[in-house]
Design a protein around this ligand. Structure first.
Ligand code: SF4
Ligand code: SF4
Length: 205
């Protein structure tokens, strides 16, 4: 606000003490904005890379998805494959003829495990959401434009840009619910609270 505008604005305030309060508030406003921005940057720095990789900007978890290269399902599938190394050969050598079908079953299971162990998606922030089934999602770009890591940290949340033109109702619901929680408890606690929840659990309801 320019000085003349400040003076004429203050002229409308009768009480001197109140005038001074208004003057002080007007003068610190730009600094408050800078400090708010810096706080945002500081908060962004405090978030570990592991969390940024695990939680997409929309609040959904990449790290629990079957499509994620570095996700838990891939990690455990790799570990299971390692522990089962040699088991096929063991069955081949030792199964009696009438139990050979167990070998076929194991081969099917092992091939499935190999698929779970080697998914292709590099995560929402990394791979342009190439594994996410929501085509046309703009949230990853939008959070960058707003200098935040999650919608829950954005001053416009919940914005009307996230609507049915791109997203299904259930995704909008999860976006709203997840980011409201991030806003309430912060991303670190949100991550701890949800990191072990199975990605697809809601489909059992
Ligand atoms: S592409 Fe969009 S909906 Fe999919 S994980 Fe990323 S931000 Fe979320
Ligand atoms: S404008 Fe909407 S979509 Fe973009 S970062 Fe903010 S809350 Fe998320």
């Amino acid at each position: 606000m320019q000085t003349t505008r400040v003076v004429s604005f203050l002229g409308n305030i009768p009480n001197t003490e109140t005038r001074l309060e208004h003057l002080a508030l007007t003068l610190i406003q730009p600094f408050a904005k800078v400090s708010q921005h810096l706080r945002g940057v500081k908060n962004m720095n405090k978030i570990s890379n592991d969390i940024l990789k695990a939680v997409a900007p929309c609040s959904l978890f990449c790290s629990t998805c079957t499509g994620c290269k570095y996700g838990d399902i891939s990690i455990y599938a790799k570990e299971l494959l390692r522990l089962l190394d040699g088991h096929k050969e063991f069955l081949e050598k030792n199964l009696k003829k009438e139990y050979r079908y167990k070998l076929d079953e194991f081969i099917v299971f092992q091939n499935k495990l190999k698929k779970y162990a080697n998914p292709k998606c590099g995560g929402c922030r990394n791979g342009g959401a190439n594994g996410c089934s929501i085509k046309g999602c703009f949230i990853n770009e939008c959070v960058k434009e707003h200098n935040v890591n999650f919608c829950g940290e954005c001053s416009l949340f919940p914005c009307d840009k996230v609507n049915n033109t791109v997203f299904k109702d259930n995704v909008i619901k999860k976006w709203f619910e997840g980011n409201t929680r991030i806003k309430q408890i912060g991303i670190n606690s949100y991550y701890e609270e949800r990191k072990n929840i199975p990605h697809y659990i809601e489909h059992k309801k």
